[in-house]
Design a protein around this ligand. Structure first.
Ligand code: PHE
Length: 342
């Protein structure tokens, strides 16, 4: 390097060293590397220099540039580290502070209740069978002994899709057809949980969507006594050992005979209260022996096989259990409601 370039480099390094923050560093960069900066002056001088001196000057100019580059990079790094250290000191994290709690999800009260139901039926040897929410009119009604125009359909007005004959199921009973058709001629012992949909006025007591759990047993020599035994064991495991259970004659097109099951009111113990409408009884499910037509639709010969089925709601018992007074809370997605179920 020539003398004056040495001099320039020394100056540059000195002023660079004096730059104490990134603003000063930037000012330095503009001064030395800028378009009208020192380096470009030094390079421009090359053309004014005599041919003989040019190679030596060119080499020196290059060294000058390299010196500046290296010094700048080093200074930049020093300042970066200093700024980082300063920021760390200023915004320091106190690792001894307790962490922010991660909010955990909770079990939805419907699913809690479903799981209790699964556990009780699992003990009795029932498997869980998943059937779809979107069903055919055929499975939901026709194969369950409700041809088009059957008056019982009024009880289960539904939502229709734009595909003719495809609906949202109004109950879990169409799953019976699916299970039977899949397993025929094997014996069956399943529960079918899931959402059901009804085109209904939504009130504190009824929603247009809700869960049901269906149970189906098909085999040889299955009788009404089996139905009653399973229902009573279930009610006592679910609601308490001392529960009284009664079967009331009823009608469903897909069972024969049919019954509705009541148990003594868990709120008042059968004394009569607002919840049981002063009857002392709460209805918990519909049930019956699988209708021969339905067995046949599932592939089973009703002269050889018999079966029972029942279907119950899930939100209603959850309401009783957790003293929830409005069914609409279940699907309103309000965290203030859901948070109460730990
Ligand atoms: N599917 C009926 C309902 O939704 C309940 C039921 C199921 C009744 C099985 C009898 C047998 O009301």
């Amino acid at each position: 390097m020539t003398e004056d370039l040495h001099q320039l480099a020394a100056e540059a390094e000195a002023t660079l060293h004096a730059a104490k923050d990134s603003a000063a560093l930037e000012a330095w960069r503009v001064r030395y590397f800028g378009r009208k900066g020192v380096l470009s002056d030094v390079m421009a001088r090359l053309s004014t220099i005599s041919r003989e001196e040019r190679p030596a000057y060119g080499k020196a100019a290059n060294e000058f540039r390299q010196t500046l580059d290296a010094a700048f990079a080093a200074r930049q790094e020093v300042l970066r580290q200093a700024e980082l250290a300063e920021a760390l000191a200023a915004e320091g994290v106190d690792v001894t502070l307790p962490g922010r709690p991660v909010s955990l999800g909770r079990m939805h009260p419907s699913h809690r209740t479903l799981r209790e139901i699964y556990a009780i039926f699992a003990e009795m040897g029932f498997q869980v069978y998943d059937a779809p929410d979107v069903e055919t009119d055929e499975n939901n009604f026709q194969l369950l002994n409700m041809p088009p125009g059957h008056p019982a359909r009024d009880m289960w007005d539904t939502f229709y899709t734009t595909t003719p004959g495809v609906i949202l199921r109004t109950h879990t009973s169409p799953g019976q057809i699916r299970v039977m058709r899949q397993y025929c001629p094997e014996p069956i012992r399943v529960i079918l949980p899931g959402m059901c949909y009804r085109y209904e006025q939504v009130t504190a007591r009824s929603e247009m969507m809700f869960h049901q759990v269906e149970a189906l047993a098909v085999g040889h020599n299955i009788t009404m006594a089996d139905l009653k035994g399973v229902v009573i064991s279930f009610a006592r495991k679910m609601y308490g050992e001392g529960r009284k259970v009664r079967f009331r004659c009823s009608h469903f097109p897909f069972t024969e005979p049919s019954a509705e099951v009541d148990m003594d009111c868990i709120i008042c113990g059968g004394q009569g209260c607002r919840v049981c409408k002063y009857t002392g009884w709460l209805e918990i499910m519909g049930c019956g022996m699988v209708h021969p037509v339905v067995l046949r639709n599932g592939g089973y010969d009703p002269d050889v096989y018999s079966g029972f089925a029942f279907g119950m709601g899930v939100e209603r018992p959850a309401m009783l259990k957790y003293r929830i007074n409005d069914i609409r809370y279940f699907f309103a997605n309000d965290a203030r409601f859901l948070e109460q179920f730990v």
